[in-house]
Write a protein that binds this ligand. Structure first.
Ligand code: NAI
Ligand code: 15L
Length: 268
């Protein structure tokens, strides 16, 4: 059955803002949560993932959770611990107590960031690739995936962990040509993850049907995801500006890109 009421955490963020615009067209009624007020949504729950009582309230009566909230770049370990590791634990506990059936967890390519990037035309990175986090941030996504597995095995709470590539309106680097998840394809993938039957804990990569794709999308396609977009329309301009990826520069030889060397830092 199609879940109707969905809690969207991280609703004030970049991806949350895009998804709260696109998901209602699939028939979802969204309940929004973020640490910060959500523009244009006075009913949004403004709460920290550390606030278990607020999470208990927020999950009451929802059919599923799309969990985007957290620190989305590298940050000091203590901050990542609190928001992403403890915060995701609190969310799962609240979901378990309330009997919520499914979570869609925003994992990241940085859970496997140190994996060498596939050569052009080489085999894509499988979902069974071992965790190789490139940052504390990536490590927190590894934790989230393992937490999801535990809650499925122990409690029967289902999760689709989506290792998102780069979801922005347009790709802005040559690396992103291989990772780009268009916002429209992201909504398609979240819808598939919310509606596919018997997912248990399924790990998928979240990218569009990019010509230069690095990821094996077969587990995503098995959920019913049919990507429609391709970053190739941006390739000529980005390559003219920045050149092709180097095989020597260590910030360009692994899938996590510059996160493996000099990660962008969480601004707060
Ligand atoms: P963002 O940083 O724009 O949004 C994250 C939101 O989470 C913010 O609005 C922030 O206020 C909220 N948040 C942070 N700590 C919180 C806490 N303790 N309690 C409640 N809310 C909290 O990030 P973005 O780009 O929207 O990403 C959303 C999710 O998707 C993140 O989990 C990120 O790691 C993941 N992701 C995003 C990718 C992308 O390309 N946008 C790629 C891979 C993963
Ligand atoms: C992520 O996990 C980040 O949240 C996002 O801001 C991008 O940096 C993305 O990965 C990426 O690798 O491009």
């Amino acid at each position: 059955p199609t879940p109707r009421t969905v809690l969207l955490t991280g609703a004030a963020g970049g991806l949350g803002t895009l998804m709260r615009e696109l998901l209602p067209a699939y028939g979802y009624r969204l309940r929004l949560l973020d640490l910060r007020p959500v523009d244009g949504a006075p009913d949004a729950v403004v709460a920290d993932l550390a606030d278990r009582e607020a999470l208990r309230e927020a999950v009451r009566g929802v059919d599923a959770v799309v969990h985007l909230a957290g620190i989305s770049l590298e940050a000091p370990f203590e901050k990542v611990l609190r928001a992403n590791i403890e915060g995701t634990y609190h969310l799962y506990e609240a979901a378990r107590e309330a009997g919520v059936g499914r979570v869609v967890f925003a994992s990241s390519n940085h859970a496997v960031g140190f994996t060498p990037r596939p050569a052009a035309g080489g085999d894509p990175v499988p979902v069974t690739a071992p965790h190789r986090p490139d940052t504390f941030y990536g490590l927190s996504k590894c934790f989230g995936e393992d937490l999801a597995q535990l809650y499925w095995d122990l409690h029967g709470l289902e999760t689709v962990s989506v290792r998102i590539g780069s979801c922005f309106p347009e790709p802005t680097s040559v690396r992103m040509l291989s990772l780009w998840l268009s916002p429209a394809d992201c909504a398609r993938l979240l819808h598939a993850a919310l509606t596919a039957e018997d997912v248990g804990h399924t790990v998928v990569y979240g990218s569009s049907a990019n010509t230069r794709l690095w990821w094996d999308l077969s587990s995503a396609r098995a959920l019913g995801y049919v990507p429609r977009d391709d970053s190739e329309q941006y390739a000529a301009r980005l390559i003219a500006e920045h050149g092709e990826l180097s095989d020597d520069d260590p910030s360009q030889t692994r899938v996590g890109g510059h996160f493996c060397v000099e990660p962008t830092l969480w601004p707060h």
